[in-house]
Design a protein around this ligand. Structure first.
Ligand SMILES: Nc1ncnc2c1ncn2[C@@H]1O[C@H](COP(=O)(O)OP(=O)(O)OP(=O)(O)O)[C@@H](O)[C@H]1O
Length: 373
């Protein structure tokens, strides 16, 4: 069985238009006007059990909306959606016991009571048998070194401490799928690394499927073999991280350090026919940019063959941040990506059930109304 199976999934929101000025406000009172915002546009993807998949995109791309549909908080406008074989918004009670959710900016813990008391309440919510709960809690507390924190109220915890507690809370009932929305946001590098290691371990030992949205591409590098990239509600790339890098990388930089003054003019002359470019570093260093279509080993051989005084060579790959930024800018990851079909007219115009509307109302307060151009 697939962990997540999504077909032609769409979410539209109905947003009230507000007219300008006092007369506009008065008109709004009597006759409201609405417009549709399509946050997710007929996306299709499948995630097998045990995979860690990154779900990325710029602000407003539709990541959170997808996660909310996958976790049953929002009802899709159209399309099909199965998570662990369940339709999330239909079988809420049974379903939530199989998933864990961490929204980086929102807590599932009670603010004023001790962490351990929150855990106990969650045990009851998820109906975890006492013995199983104890065993699980001990394991998680040890892994994330929470011992000292358990009796403190959540409001007294630092962000990093709270995040570790949130992770425990989301895993107490041993869910087979974990949804993480910006799990490392605002954390220092030590805690980030700790959390990444912990997630890898959970995935390895318990086969937990993880879907992760993040703006921190180092989370993706550390955890995911696969990424799904979203732009303006559509999937623009679905595949391996390495393939993405290989396809999009426009070249590599090779840095040289010399025993004396870097012979820049000579180097330029030497490689003039290769299509590489040189930039000076400090006196003793220089960097050669080798575009993708030029062989690195040919370029290297040319330089090394002619200069005796090279002390150090370093090849620098284009980093994922640069690649992803470039893809966002162009709005397409082209070759080999699974481009979703064009938007096919409005389907099921009124998306908002009472539940969805409530989620929507509470939800935008903490966010900018963002869109990229
Ligand atoms: N409840 C809502 N009502 C109206 N519009 C919404 C609602 N939720 C999201 N949107 C709109 O849908 C689009 C997608 O938003 P979403 O929050 O899913 O993006 P995101 O990729 O998670 O962005 P971010 O990285 O900022 O969290 C945006 O244009 C947003 O303004």
């Amino acid at each position: 069985m697939l962990a997540i199976d999504v077909k032609d999934l769409r979410k539209q929101f109905r947003v009230q238009k507000s007219r300008e000025g006092l007369s506009g406000a008065l008109k709004d009172l009597f006759k409201r006007e609405y417009r549709e915002v399509t946050a997710v546009k007929d996306i299709t993807f499948q995630i097998p059990q045990g995979e860690i998949c990154g779900y990325i995109g710029e602000n407003g791309a539709g990541k959170s909306t997808t996660i909310k549909m996958l976790t049953g908080i929002l009802v899709p406008t159209s399309g099909q959606l199965l998570v662990n074989g369940h339709v999330p918004y239909k079988e809420r009670e049974k379903f939530v016991r199989q998933i864990g959710v961490v929204f980086g900016q929102r807590s599932q813990l009670w603010w004023d009571i001790g962490v351990i008391e929150s855990f106990q309440l969650l045990r009851k919510v998820y109906r975890v048998p006492e013995a199983e709960y104890r065993k699980r809690l001990n394991e998680l507390v040890e892994r994330l070194q929470l011992g000292d924190l358990l009796n403190r109220p959540v409001r007294k915890l630092s962000l990093g401490q709270r995040m570790r507690c949130e992770l425990v809370a989301s895993l107490l009932h041993n869910p087979s799928i974990l949804f993480l929305d910006e799990p490392t946001i605002g954390l220092d590098i030590v805690v980030k690394t700790e959390i990444r290691e912990f997630l890898k371990q959970m995935n390895r030992e318990h086969g937990t499927t993880i879907l992760l949205t993040t703006h921190d591409l180092q989370d993706i590098e550390a955890l995911c073999n696969r990424v799904i990239m979203l732009d303006d509600g559509r999937i623009i790339y679905d595949g391996g991280l390495e393939q993405l890098k290989a396809r999009w990388s426009r070249g590599r930089e090779i840095r040289f350090r010399f025993g004396g003054q870097a012979p820049l003019a000579e180097l330029r002359l030497l490689t003039a026919d290769l299509g590489v470019t040189w930039t000076a570093g400090n006196d003793m260093t220089a960097a050669m940019w080798v575009p993708m279509e030029v062989s690195v080993s040919d370029a290297l051989a040319r330089v090394v063959g002619a200069c005796q005084d090279i002390r150090d060579i370093k090849i620098v790959e284009t980093n994922t941040d640069d690649i992803v930024r470039e893809i966002y800018r162009s709005g397409s990851a082209s070759a080999g990506s699974r481009l979703e079909g064009a938007e096919s007219g409005a389907a099921g115009a009124d998306a908002a059930s009472g539940e969805a509307a409530a989620a929507a109302a509470g939800d935008r307060a903490d966010k900018e109304p963002v869109r990229h151009g």
